[in-house]
Design a protein around this ligand. Structure first.
Ligand code: GLU
Length: 438
């Protein structure tokens, strides 16, 4: 999907934008200035060059990043993305959002993120394995089960996590499956991790529906993206009676007023997958009996619920006025730029922020890490039950602040998170404490 995030030097980069949002909400929610200042600076970032021998014998170097944003509440946690547009600023922004997200869910983690500048669809499966192992070789002293725990993100998956976990354990000569989450179940992954982001978002929509009196049968849903999270949230919503009228992938979207059968779309996508490829090369555009729409048009459809579930920065000041959906649930990380938030607020669009809506993934990652450390796997039913409980609790915490302090849901979610971070950071001593100390 081509991103509309501005890339020119004059325009704000994504990390500056993320910090500005955090600062604005810090002020709105009366968070101590020292805490906001601490969160403006990522703890540490490692930039590495990964040499990979390609299938034709030549050596290629890929730029890779890992950032730990804040670890005051626990080890850093967050995914690794493979994407040609990855930048240091993007990884920093994503790591800041992980700090907030883990605090909203009250997980004992800080925030981290990683990325590799690569178009993984151009790699053979063996090149992909070499790249993934090279990433872990470069990062092996920077991550660890008690330090920083990676996981999947855009264009990375369980198999890649398995290769990385294996590489770490080979280097360290220990079994430490808790170094990474989102692994295949056979290598210590958790039941239910694959569907967790979509299922978590589904619980959030259900809670919202209860509070706002939304009836599934009357609700037309447009979803930008058809990756793992989008597929699962679409599937669960449809099973509950919602009408999925539009979906898209990186090549474009499809629209049908009557609604789609989500499983059929998934089936067609998987059938058109290249036989040995790790990535799906098919497009939802290949389905018949629908209107084709672009990834920009899908955002502006006259629907009841819009779910951007692809990439960041797709809703911005330039198109925010044209968003017709009264409710937007952010399943991607950062799909709404900071400059669009006030426009949407003013127009009465209810935005359920990413740091709540897509937190199901990291929540089941936490469950996976707990299971690895205990050496005691849980059943799928246990994982699902605990995920629902966590998501509902986080939704209620955010909704309470939203209602009682008259804050937008994004501001309320950040307020919940920043207050938890404030408690952790202030336990080490505040300016008042030190200046009054005799
Ligand atoms: N990449 C996912 C996210 O952005 C999951 C992170 C994790 O499981 O640690 O939340």
């Amino acid at each position: 999907m081509s991103r509309s995030r501005p890339r020119s030097d004059e325009e704000t980069d994504v990390f500056t934008d993320a910090v500005a949002t955090m600062e604005r909400i810090g002020e709105e929610a009366s968070i101590s200035a020292e805490v906001v200042e601490a969160l403006r600076h990522p703890d540490a970032c490692l930039v590495a060059s990964l040499p990979v021998r390609m299938h034709d014998g030549h050596l290629r170097h890929f730029t890779a990043y890992r950032c730990r944003h804040d670890t005051s509440r626990g080890p850093a946690k967050g995914g690794i993305r493979y994407h040609p547009d990855v930048t240091l600023e993007e990884v920093q922004a994503l790591s800041l959002w992980m700090t907030i997200k883990c605090a909203v869910l009250d997980l004992p983690y800080g925030g981290g993120k990683g990325g590799v500048v690569v178009d993984p669809k151009e790699l053979t499966p063996m090149e992909l394995e070499r790249l993934s192992r090279a990433y872990m070789r470069a990062m092996a002293d920077f991550v660890g089960p008690d330090v920083d725990i990676p996981a999947p993100d855009v264009y990375t998956n369980a198999r890649i996590m398995g290769w990385m976990a294996d590489e770490f354990q080979t280097i360290k000569r220990v079994k430490a499956p808790g170094v990474i989450t989102g692994k295949p179940v056979g290598l210590g992954g958790s039941e239910g991790r694959e569907e967790a982001t979509g299922r978590g978002a589904f619980h959030v929509v259900q809670e919202l529906a209860k509070h706002k009196g939304i009836e599934p049968a009357d609700t037309r849903v447009a979803i930008q993206g058809f990756g793992n999270a989008a597929y699962h949230v679409a599937r669960l919503l449809q099973e509950t009676g919602y009408r999925i009228v539009a979906v898209s992938d990186s090549r474009g979207g499809i629209y049908s007023e009557d609604g789609f059968d989500v499983e059929s779309i998934a089936e067609i996508k998987s059938r058109t997958r290249e036989v040995q490829g790790v990535y799906c090369k098919g497009s939802v555009c290949e389905l018949v009996e629908h209107d084709r729409i672009s990834n920009e048009e899908i955002l502006e459809l006259d629907v009841d619920l819009l779910i951007p579930a692809a990439i960041e920065g797709v809703i911005h000041a330039r198109n925010a006025k044209r968003i017709k959906a009264p409710v937007v649930v952010e399943v991607a990380n950062g799909p709404i730029q900071g400059d669009a938030d006030p426009i949407l607020d003013e127009r009465g669009v209810l935005v359920v922020p990413d740091v709540l809506a897509n937190a199901g993934g990291v929540t089941v990652s936490y469950f996976e890490w707990v299971q690895n450390r205990q050496g005691f796997p849980w059943s799928l039913a246990e994982v699902r039950e605990r995920l629902e409980e966590r998501m509902v609790r986080a939704f209620d915490d955010v909704w309470y602040v939203h209602e009682n302090e008259k804050l937008s849901m994004r501001s309320a979610a950040y307020a919940v998170a920043l207050r938890r971070l404030e408690r952790a950071l202030e336990s080490g001593g505040t300016r008042e404490f030190f200046s009054n100390n005799r």
